[in-house]
Design a protein around this ligand. Structure first.
Ligand code: FA5
Length: 340
């Protein structure tokens, strides 16, 4: 009995003073392993008189459980102590300020697109999309631009096959939407468009447009002007002005080019940002609408041109060069600019 009490006390003492996980593994095997002290004690039970054996065996097992529990507790404390030691004194300096990850930021063209959506959604417009690779009929013919019509020269076209084009404008979505649903219609259709234009500071062969279309029984040119003015104010501030110049599009009559006026040190300057007009009766007929019953207007704006005006960017090519120093100036007021 006494020898068992001694064994327990000295084992607990050793457990308390353990310094590492390695020592703990060693001690666990010395005490509880097959050839360990408690194993030996159990084996020695058989040498005792039969009457003493059960009591002795029970005693040894109780001690075995106590020591196993004490070893488990010690393992947890050691692991915790080792983690803390690593953090404070080891490879990690917890007092160093954190390294900031550079968050992504929206592209300025995306920001403008979102602003346009915000303006038009509040007027009940919903977003519609259409294909970039388009059949000639949706891009031209249904928009009252027949084969050999001189108006096709206005939009130099990339042909993929004799009747398949990269869409030259987002107006194809007008046709697809009107074919798919009955009036009233109020959609805004953003996306990429393609033209065989030479690159310069204000032209790119791939650019973005956003199309608007409103068809119902009485949508008027006055409504169109009102929307465009609202559009200009939302995008360029309360002093922005809108100027409509008579123009020609085969799919609208009357048609207008719309310029936005903005203040510079030299006075008011104007930049053409969109084309617009009342949807031509021939277009309404081509989608099966009755021009005597419904009418409406459409407009198509160049996103790049709006972004150039809004942010004072002089060269359209900057949008596509992916220079992070340029792109980082727009999202979240430049807070995420690289290198900060
Ligand atoms: C059109 O594309 C007509 N579909 C717009 C329209 C829609 C008129 C609905 C009436 C009704 P336009 O070719 O003018 O029109 O182009 C529209 C806008 O796209 C221009 O005002 C300009 O802002 C922009 N744009 C045109 N060509 C380029 C180019 N190469 N690079 C960048 N922006 C361009």
């Amino acid at each position: 009995m006494e020898d068992l009490q001694h064994l327990e006390a000295s084992a607990l003492e050793k457990i308390k003073s353990l310094g590492s996980q390695q020592d703990l593994t060693q001690l666990r095997s010395e005490l509880l392993g097959k050839k360990g002290l408690l194993g030996q004690a159990l084996r020695s039970v058989s040498a005792l008189p039969e009457a003493e054996r059960p009591g002795r065996g029970k005693e040894i097992n109780i001690i075995k459980q106590k020591l196993a529990a004490a070893l488990d507790d010690a393992a947890k404390s050691l692991a915790q102590a080792e983690r803390e030691a690593k953090l404070v004194g080891g490879r990690y300096d917890v007092t160093l300020p954190g390294r900031r990850t550079v968050a992504g930021y929206p592209h300025p063209l995306r920001l403008v697109e979102e602003e346009v959506f915000r303006c038009l959604k509040s007027l009940g417009f919903t977003v519609a999309n259409g294909p970039l690779v388009e059949h000639d009929w949706y891009n031209f013919e249904a928009l009252n631009i027949p084969q050999d019509h001189p108006a096709r020269d206005m939009q130099d076209t990339f042909f993929l096959a004799p009747s398949v084009v990269l869409r030259t404008h987002t107006s194809n979505v007008q046709i697809r939407t009107m074919l798919a649903q009955d009036p009233p219609i109020r959609i805004v259709a953003p996306g990429m468009v393609f033209r065989n234009d030479a690159v310069d500071a204000t032209h790119s062969p791939v650019f973005h447009q956003v199309e608007g279309l409103w068809i119902d029984e009485k949508a008027t040119f006055g409504d169109l002007k009102g929307i465009l003015q609202r559009f200009a104010v939302q995008l360029f501030g309360p002093e922005a002005q809108v100027r409509l110049r008579p123009s020609y599009f085969p799919f609208t009559e009357p048609s207008a080019e719309v310029d936005v006026g903005y203040k510079t040190s030299k006075g008011l300057e104007w930049l053409e940002v969109l084309g617009a007009g009342m949807v031509h009766p021939e277009v309404l007929k081509s989608v099966g609408y009755d021009p005597n019953k419904v009418q409406g207007f459409a407009f198509g704006a160049g996103i790049e041109r709006i972004a150039m005006l809004r942010y004072g960017i002089k060269d359209i090519r900057l949008f596509y060069e992916n220079d992070l120093r340029f792109l980082g100036q727009f999202g979240g007021n430049g807070r995420h600019a690289p290198g900060r």
